[in-house]
Design a protein. Structure first.
Length: 359
């Protein structure tokens, strides 16, 4: 089937894109504000259309370990949840990263800490880019700011995960997950055959060995010297990802005196801030990180000698602002503005904060 134009929620777009991508399996558990991903998959019944497995696990812990098992066989598998549920998955995420397995994780963030609120937040930035689980590992983190990107990043996330044998995550928030927009859904891809999986994933545990040594999938290594070798290999892979996979978007940055840094729904609001500021004669630009890791450090650093100040705009108490400050290395003033508890700021609030903190 060809591409299709639909009006749908961001969560629904994730589900439809996964089916059309040729995903092999989804394992999840309902939690607001991402439950429509699981609900849409169940309603679409892809097991009848493509053979995709969709399973509501008994818990978030069970779901991420099902992903671990499916990924071990070279299958395209995914899970989704919202903030507290993603916290429960962190041990499994670390195991998957340690076993160098590709998979896709979706987090539609809500306010915390604790059970918090079902309203939108961006307070899982630290958990995502600094490693929410144990050990030295990284997740390839994509931050959509539209329903279209929710759909597009399913394919991108899976492709990057398999390219580097590393888990990838789509870090959205409740606004992007629940809002409705026009989206162009991609054409259907056929699921890979067993022969294609074996050819593309020679590392996978596939049962029959055909004379080769069995593939053992594990993150356990009791010899510290070998474990150090594993970690050195991981770090080399992460440096390669940082060199090749940084993605960001610039909006009216060429002549900007002040720079807003924002991702996801905050970036959408900040586009209006830029327009309002320029209407007042204040030259403001917006840089939107699309990959939160790898972070666009060099791109932000390039503006340190060109602007008078930067404002990191986030729906949290100040998390990404730390990476912005590291990027500029003290060359320019960097401040933070955010709202907490699920309250979404207005363009006027952001503009007023820019004036108060940077003028």
């Amino acid at each position: 089937m060809s591409e299709e134009i639909r009006l749908m929620k961001g969560n629904e777009a994730i589900a439809h894109a996964a089916i059309r991508y040729g995903a092999d399996g989804y394992f999840g558990y309902p939690i607001t504000p991402q439950s429509e991903i699981l609900e849409t998959l169940e309603a679409e019944m892809p097991w009848e259309k493509t053979g995709m497995v969709v399973l509501q696990a008994e818990s978030e812990v069970a779901a991420i370990n099902m992903v671990y098992g499916g990924a071990s066989t070279g299958k395209r598998v995914m899970t989704s949840s919202s903030s507290p549920g993603v916290s429960l998955k962190q041990e499994g995420v670390s195991y998957i990263a340690g076993a160098e397995l590709p998979c896709l994780i979706v987090n539609v963030m809500r306010g915390g800490p604790g059970l918090g609120t079902i309203q939108p937040s961006q307070a899982d930035y630290f958990q995502t880019v600094k490693g929410g689980g144990h050990g030295d590992y990284r997740l390839i983190a994509l931050a959509p700011s539209s329903v279209q990107e929710m759909a597009d990043f399913v394919a991108l996330g899976f492709d990057l995960a398999f390219k580097y044998r590393n888990p990838a995550i789509i870090l959205a928030d409740g606004i992007i997950g629940q809002m409705m927009e026009k989206v162009v859904l991609p054409p259907f891809r056929p699921r890979r055959t067993e022969e294609e999986i074996i050819a593309q994933c020679p590392w996978a545990a596939r049962g029959k060995t055909n004379g080769r040594k069995p593939n053992v999938i594990t993150s356990l290594e009791l010899d510290p010297a070998k474990m150090e070798e594993n970690n050195i290999r991981f770090q080399a892979k992460y440096r390669k990802i940082e060199e090749n996979e940084v993605r960001y978007e610039e909006f009216l940055c060429e002549d900007a005196d002040y720079l807003l840094i924002a991702f996801g729904s905050s970036a959408r609001i900040c586009q209006k801030v830029v327009e309002n500021a320029r209407a007042e004669g204040i030259k403001v630009g917006l840089l939107r990180p699309i990959t939160l890791w790898p972070f666009p450090t060099k791109a932000i650093a390039a503006y340190a000698d060109r602007v008078k100040g930067m404002l990191s705009v986030e729906l949290n108490a100040g998390q990404m602002v730390e990476d912005v400050r590291l990027a500029v290395n003290g060359k320019v003033k960097v401040e933070h503005f955010g709202r907490l508890g699920g309250i979404v700021f207005t363009p006027d609030e952001v503009l007023n904060a820019l004036k108060e903190k940077l003028f």
